[in-house]
Ligand binder design. Structure first.
Ligand SMILES: [Zn+2]
Length: 323
């Protein structure tokens, strides 16, 4: 029983890309899922790949921030049940609902509306559930190949080939995970709640407001459009690498732009000359606390992979020439 393990080392197999697909498929299609715990951990890990340290390690608490945000939006904001029976609730649902009542949080609030200290309190409680039930069983679902973990020290360390795999196929892996999660939810929730489910699940982690990032960037002196250099009047916050690929809101990937550049860039990847500019821009803001775990290498790596995933004409190739 994987969930009982306290410490485990990842097994040292040589894994080819097709092994990784097979193991991931085995995990996702496993009929024995009784809750959404493991799907949500998969989503959180895919979101977390930008936060790993150089050894591939990430703390339970860091992961819990992603897990809690996803669950808040599923359970509280959207009222969706997370377990395969009608009579009981999963521990995560209990924790969230108790918290919502205790602090009298309006049901329509999204996770980002909660204050910093409330978020922290809730992440700790959710972390406890995940620590007890999920890390070990997720480990077993991948035959012990995906990460090493230590419950006492509260971290996992993802195996290098999996990090590359998750980065390289993030978009498709996220889509498949969202799809499987939606299928599970569909079985145990009313059809009324399930309207638009795939859309809900896909954007469950996306922020409603990027104001916080806008303010940080403005304060650090970014007052011109990142792309066309015009002085900003109306300001848009742009994901340099599109959100659909990176699936995480990290400061080093945000730039301020004018509405025109933002809307014509839309969901595309910017040209290489803008990547060079972003590398320089990030040097200027390197000391901000939001830049933890940022490296130039990481940005370049994610940029190259997202270009491979993208297949569109990079932004800037012709639209800027028209001006
Ligand atoms: Zn512009």
């Amino acid at each position: 029983m994987g969930w009982r393990l306290d410490v485990a080392e990842a097994s040292e197999h040589y894994l080819t890309e097709s092994d990784l697909w097979r193991l991931t498929q085995q995990f996702l299609l496993n009929a024995a899922h009784t809750t959404t715990y493991k799907h949500v951990l998969m989503k959180a890990l895919l979101e977390c790949t930008t936060e790993l340290d150089e050894t591939g390690k990430v703390t339970f608490l860091e992961i819990s921030k992603h897990v809690t945000k996803i669950y808040w939006n599923l359970v509280i904001t959207n009222g969706l049940r997370q377990v395969n029976t009608q009579t009981v609730e999963s521990s995560v649902e209990k924790v969230l609902k108790k918290f919502q009542i205790k602090h009298n949080v309006p049901l329509e609030w999204s996770f980002e509306n909660l204050s910093g200290s409330l978020k922290e309190e809730l992440c700790k409680s959710v972390n406890q559930v995940y620590k007890n039930y999920v890390y070990g069983s997720f480990y077993s679902s991948f035959n012990g190949t995906v990460y090493s973990f230590n419950k006492k020290e509260e971290w996992i360390k993802i195996v290098p080939v999996y990090i590359v795999f998750f980065e390289k196929y993030k978009r498709i892996l996220m889509n498949v995970t969202n799809y499987q999660l939606s299928i599970f939810l569909e079985k145990y929730n009313s059809s009324e709640l399930m309207q638009n489910i795939l859309n809900k699940v896909e954007f469950i982690s996306a922020r409603h407001s990027l104001k916080e990032f806008k303010e940080i960037l403005l304060k650090s002196g970014q007052d011109k459009c990142f792309y066309c250099r015009k002085t900003l009047k109306k300001i848009h916050v742009d994901h340099f690498i599109p959100w659909s690929y990176i699936q995480n809101d990290v400061l080093w990937n945000f730039v301020l732009s004018c509405p025109r550049c933002n809307s014509s860039k839309n969901n595309r990847i910017a040209e290489t000359k803008f990547l060079i500019k972003l590398v320089d821009r990030n040097k200027e803001i390197q000391n901000l606390e939001y830049m933890t775990n940022y490296t130039e290498k990481k940005l370049q790596y994610v940029y190259e992979l997202s270009k491979l995933n993208d297949g569109h004409v990079p932004y800037g190739t012709f639209s800027l020439e028209r001006r």
